[in-house]
Design a protein around this ligand. Structure first.
Ligand SMILES: Cc1cc2nc3c(=O)[nH]c(=O)nc-3n(C[C@H](O)[C@H](O)[C@H](O)COP(=O)(O)OP(=O)(O)OC[C@H]3O[C@@H](n4cnc5c(N)ncnc54)[C@H](O)[C@@H]3O)c2cc1C
Length: 530
């Protein structure tokens, strides 16, 4: 059977929402630094020289719609802007290298021209991470595609970074393996994006987050050096250098190739579902099961609002859905422990069809587009907290969001569990004065969006949660980085300065300081970015 690379039947990025009519423009007009020597993008000569040099290396495009699609991701705020045919910031050119050496040459050209370079992959990020904040060059990684090798005996897969989820799993399934990383965005995101954003799949309670799957990386640094990290399990030769790039969101290096751990395909799958009298009782049951080392692939608890909306709840109870894959003895024992813990905390059986319903609908995002078209402010915020703080984080975030003028609903589910805590994933919706889409309502929309995020994120941090569990930081959460990380943030700043002294790679993201220009988001009090 031919590989996806051979058939050319490759998954492609999925645009988040259709643009409104008319010419698509940059919402932010970030000024390029001027340079009289024709270096940089402050002059026509500089742009012409850049385009010429890049075109000599790999396919490039300056076609307007291509630039526009590479100027946005699934950040809900920018989805609203798209309805007015705006993207945050257009790049000058999209370069599509086909191998690591071409990536290296593109990086060196950007360095020589002193032009910022932003990697885009599936463009499924929800925090604006891949937006080329200061224009410049977008490096589209999608032509670095396909599974290169499979070490079946060790269960290690070598895959190019631009490979999408379905193409990876189709190929490794031919070897009776699975990587086990199934984010909700599985169909629209890539291996390199998972690693760059430190993502989590829906089966992570058994298979772990992406960092537990990475054996090693090939990375192109900002000076064009190609390095390889990792290689064999459990190394003790100094700090783990792979972890430097896992979660770095394109700011420290370009991941071109990834070696991932894979599992044998599971022979057995079992499911269960329970209703709990309260969310808190469900959280206690989950904690006890996990502390007893019962780690079913899926263990998701929905609060009363989400239970009623999607999981058959009666508006008061919470729903736990359980699914496990593996050898029968392990799966049976795992579900037995979960059942015991559930009963201890007052659970009653819910129909198992709840799990089937979740499996069938789990990746459906149509509600997001529909609500955006109707003018609602909508987003999700995922944070992790220790078990001892879960009730506080849930309570404080719900209270803080509800107190924002314009908030209409807030709800949550617990979706990824660990020995010491879990991820709690909030959905909030707000409503502004009108459903019309125009400059005035879009400004009002942005103000409410910012108010909801400020309330939710600060309440989570205050109650003992972290900043992010798997959606990353990107642009939207940059303003919280220092308060979340404290003095440790300076270590990240110094790492950036050491690896990328000219601030070439994805400048302005992760909350890192930049001299490339004024930050357009969040808007300054004088309204610069509006
Ligand atoms: C509907 C929906 C559901 C989602 N569900 C989940 C979920 O369940 N779990 C989860 O973890 N995330 C989820 N996400 C978020 C998103 O899919 C992830 O962050 C994903 O990992 C991004 O991958 P991508 O290929 O789309 O990267 P992009 O969005 O293109 O890029 C994201 C960031 O990574 C950088 N980057 C990408 N590739 C590379 C590379 N090769 N080298 C260096 N930097 C790189 C970019 O510069 C950017 O900063 C969801 C998103 C949507 C829209």
């Amino acid at each position: 059977m031919p590989t996806p690379s051979e058939t050319n039947k490759r998954t492609q990025p999925t645009p988040p929402i259709a643009f409104g009519g008319g010419v698509i423009r940059s919402r932010w007009k970030v000024a390029a630094p001027s340079d009289e020597e024709g270096v940089g993008l402050g002059s026509d000569a500089g742009v012409i020289a850049l385009l010429r040099d890049l075109a000599a290396v790999c396919p490039t495009s300056t076609e307007h719609l291509t630039l526009a699609e590479h100027a946005r991701d699934w950040w809900p705020l920018a989805m609203r802007w798209a309805l007015q045919s705006q993207v945050p910031q257009l790049p000058v050119v999209v370069a599509s290298p086909r191998n690591t050496e071409e990536v290296q040459r593109v990086v060196r050209i950007c360095a020589a021209h002193d032009v910022p370079l932003t990697v885009t992959a599936g463009r499924s990020g929800v925090s604006g991470a891949s937006i080329p904040l200061f224009g410049g060059v977008v490096l589209d990684i999608n032509d670095l595609h396909g599974v290169v090798s499979v070490d079946h005996q060790s269960g290690v897969v070598e895959v190019m970074a631009g490979t999408f989820g379905p193409d990876l799993e189709a190929e490794v399934a031919r070897h009776s393996l699975t990587v086990g990383h199934f984010p909700q965005s599985f169909d629209i995101s890539t291996v390199g994006g998972w690693v760059a954003c430190l993502g989590a799949g829906q089966f992570s309670t058994r298979y772990g987050k992406i960092d537990e799957m990475v054996v090693g990386l090939e990375v192109v640094l900002a000076d064009g050096t190609i390095i390889r990290t990792g290689g064999a399990p459990a190394a003790a030769h100094g700090p783990d250098l792979s972890s430097l790039f896992i979660g770095s969101e394109g700011t420290l290096g370009i991941i071109t190739r990834v070696w991932l751990r894979a599992h044998d395909l599971a022979p057995t799958r079992r499911k269960a579902a329970y209703f709990f009298p309260t969310f808190s009782a469900g959280v206690r049951a989950m904690r006890e099961a996990i502390r007893a080392d019962a780690t079913p692939a899926v263990l998701r608890l929905y609060d009363a609002v989400e239970s009623q909306r999607s999981h058959g709840g009666d508006g008061r109870n919470s729903t736990l859905i359980v699914l496990d894959d593996g050898d029968r003895e392990i799966v049976d024992a795992t579900l037995a422990v979960v059942e015991r813990c559930a009963r201890t905390h007052g659970a009653v059986d819910a129909p198992q069809e709840r799990v089937d319903h979740w499996l069938a609908h789990r990746n459906d995002t149509s509600g997001l587009q529909a609500l955006t078209h109707k003018g609602f402010v909508i987003d999700t915020m995922e944070v992790a907290a220790p078990w001892s703080k879960m009730d506080q984080v849930y309570g404080e975030v719900c209270a803080a969001v509800s107190a924002v003028r314009g908030a209409r609903s807030v709800s949550a589910h617990v979706s990824h569990s660990y020995l010491d805590g879990a991820c709690i994933y909030f959905t909030f919706v707000g409503q502004i004065s009108s459903r019309d889409i125009n400059d005035e309502t879009t400004t009002e929309h942005q103000d409410l969006y910012l108010a909801l995020w400020d309330a939710a994120q600060r309440a989570a941090l205050h109650a003992g949660g972290n900043l992010a569990h798997h959606h990353g930081v990107g642009l939207n959460r940059g303003r919280f980085m220092r308060e979340a990380l404290g003095d440790a943030f300076d270590v990240l700043v110094r790492m950036k300065q050491a690896l990328d002294p000219n601030d070439l790679l994805n400048p302005g993201k992760l909350g890192l300081p930049t001299a490339r220009g004024e930050m357009a988001f969040p808007p300054s009090p004088n309204g610069m970015a509006r």
